[in-house]
Design a protein around this ligand. Structure first.
Ligand code: ATP
Ligand code: MG
Length: 552
């Protein structure tokens, strides 16, 4: 086997064995089968990249298949968002889309095949009776009184079901397996139900719909899937998956193989689709693509890159063990991805004016700044410097504690890329808030001039007071305060301070020339993406803060 196909997880080991044993006469073929009932989240990213990655690695095929067999919860807008998300994540995806609902006809025929083999029957018990007859983990189930109907009668009743002769719930089709099986899923599971509901794809063509456990293996079979990867909650359903495929002539020779892996959970993050949906519907967030949401569209809006998500998924790996990943690890991958490629710039988010008393009135000089010291290819830029600049409010203190090395009366600091300045005085308003800071500068200390006579302990960033551009910057915190919640009380743990909009921020003037969706590092503040340009106002989202840290 070539080195390229060295297994990097237990699933790839299984695939390598299957290849070695010539288990399949077709190409390795995977699929991602979302239900179009919400937007995709980071858990889905793990599943998509696993399936897509395997297809790429083994020169196989990857299908996006909508598992749209439930007419009640599905919506066209979710279909569109999912396609967009998969495109964004998987650059080489062929864009072909499959719909489980397109197989309703074939699925019906396979149900008829089981009836003809004496392996399925129509049951008249109510849903509640079926539950009672099923038994429990400790007690075996009981056979339904309708279990021994003849094949002819079953065929006729199934046709009647399809033709709409019964009400919802009046009859169901069940697989005839074993009511005493220790696995409850094998106790004659319902495989078709009556539902007089319009479907978003097939409209009113059908009034009976296959159950997930029956439809899924058939869809995999029809699409020639070899390895059907799903999450651990389906482990107990695997015997049924195999039973169905092994009893259908079209699939029994080389049936697809179901393999389960652990779901991804992330700290300080709600992952399940239905909970995210609740947050959207109750207006806790501004929609599915709110930058705080762990959805793919939220991450895209926030400024995350598909490369960083892929790297993150590589790092966390795939296993059978359920675990929760630290959100700081995701942020670490984002920063790693951006740190070489993005321009650095000075941005003052909470500005206060600093006036250099000995600097000539009206003089503007250009100082040189490197765009990214980690990537010289990004070159340098010239920025205007003058008598009045803005600095960060918390870079100045009137009465600083010990070990505060930034600006305070009597102290000297470096203005990055420019000069040393020494604080002489400051002005306050009637409430004692500092409004202006007065400094002198030392001409000898210009950055790059080779001056090294004095040392200062701190370098702070600034922008020219007039030659700057206004910005509004939105900062985000984690969606959930902590991880101590359950599905009933999770909204109590929603982080109400997870979004903060900073107005009146000051940026370097050259930011006006930048394009929407460009990313930047604002020195000391983290990474940001330009989202809107209106008149002379720029709007940014913070992608990730500089501070968050994750130790391997
Ligand atoms: P949710 O629980 O959020 O509603 P789901 O499993 O119901 O998710 P589907 O649309 O049915 O969502 O899932 C499509 C695929 O994504 C399935 O194969 C499912 O196992 C996988 N998947 C869902 N959540 C996760 C997760 N947290 N980690 C990894 N894979 C996941
Ligand atoms: Mg689901």
């Amino acid at each position: 086997m070539s080195n390229k196909n060295k297994a990097s997880n237990f699933i790839e080991k299984i695939i390598n064995d299957d290849i070695k044993n010539n288990k399949y006469s077709r190409k390795i073929h995977t699929r991602f089968p979302p239900e179009p009932n919400g937007y995709l989240h980071l858990g889905h990213v793990k599943s998509i990249l696993l399936n897509y990655g395997i297809a790429q690695k083994y020169d196989g095929i990857f299908n996006l298949r909508f598992d749209d067999t439930n007419p009640l919860k599905e919506d066209e807008k979710f279909v569109e968002s999912i396609i967009e998300d998969v495109k964004w994540l998987c650059p080489n995806w062929d864009g072909k889309v499959y719909y489980a609902s397109n197989y309703f006809g074939q699925t019906y025929n396979y149900a008829v095949e089981l009836i003809k083999k004496g392996l399925a029957y129509i049951d008249d018990l109510t849903a509640e009776e079926i539950r009672e007859y099923r038994g429990t983990l400790k007690e075996p189930g009981k056979n339904s009184p309708y279990r021994d109907r003849s094949i002819e009668e079953n065929l006729e009743l199934f046709t009647n079901m399809k033709e709409g002769k019964y009400e919802d719930g009046e009859k169901v089709l069940r697989a005839k397996i074993d009511m005493k099986n220790p696995n409850l899923n094998m106790r004659d599971p319902v495989i078709y139900r009556i539902l007089h509901e319009e479907h978003h794809n097939t409209k009113d063509e059908w009034c009976i719909y296959p159950m997930y456990d029956f439809a899924h293996p058939i869809q995999d079979g029809i699409e020639n899937i070899t390895h059907s990867l799903c999450t651990l909650e389906f482990e107990d359903h695997r015997p049924l998956y195999e039973w169905i495929l092994n009893n259908l002539e079209d699939f029994k020779e080389e049936p697809p193989k179901q393999i389960e892996f652990a779901k991804l959970y992330l700290t300080n993050t709600m992952m399940g689709k239905r909970y995210l949906k609740e947050m959207v519907e109750k207006n806790y967030v501004d929609g599915w693509d709110d930058p705080r949401m762990p959805t793919i569209s939220g991450y895209r809006n926030r400024g995350y890159t598909p490369e960083a998500l892929a790297k993150f998924c590589d790092e966390i790996g795939v296993s059978k063990a359920q675990s929760e990943v630290d959100i700081a690890m995701l942020e670490h991958e984002i920063k790693e991805d951006l740190k070489f490629s993005e321009h650095r710039t000075m941005a003052v988010l909470d500005p206060i004016k600093l006036i250099i008393t000995n600097y000539p009135e009206d003089k503007v000089e250009m100082v040189e700044a490197t765009n990214n010291p980690k990537n010289k290819e990004l070159g340098n830029r010239m920025i205007p410097f003058g008598k009045e600049v803005y600095i960060e409010r918390d870079d100045f203190m009137v009465d600083p504690p010990k070990k505060y090395y930034r600006l305070f009366p009597g102290n000297e600091v470096r203005l990055r890329h420019a000069y040393f300045v020494k604080c002489l005085d400051y002005e306050t308003d009637e409430n004692g808030n500092v409004t202006e800071i007065y400094c002198t500068y030392d001409q000898e200390t210009k950055s790059g001039s080779g001056f090294n006579k004095r040392k200062v302990k701190s370098t702070i960033h600034w922008v020219h007071a007039d030659q700057s551009v206004e910005a509004e910057v939105t900062l985000f915190e984690y969606l959930m305060i902590d991880d101590d919640y359950n599905k009933d009380n999770f909204l109590d743990k929603f982080n109400k301070d997870s979004k903060e909009v900073l107005k009146n921020c000051k940026l370097e003037k050259n930011m006006k020339e930048r394009d929407l969706e460009e990313r930047f590092q604002f020195l000391r503040h983290g990474y940001f993406i330009l989202k809107e340009k209106k008149d002379n106002l720029l709007k940014f989202n913070r992608i990730v803060s500089q501070k968050s840290s994750w130790k391997k």
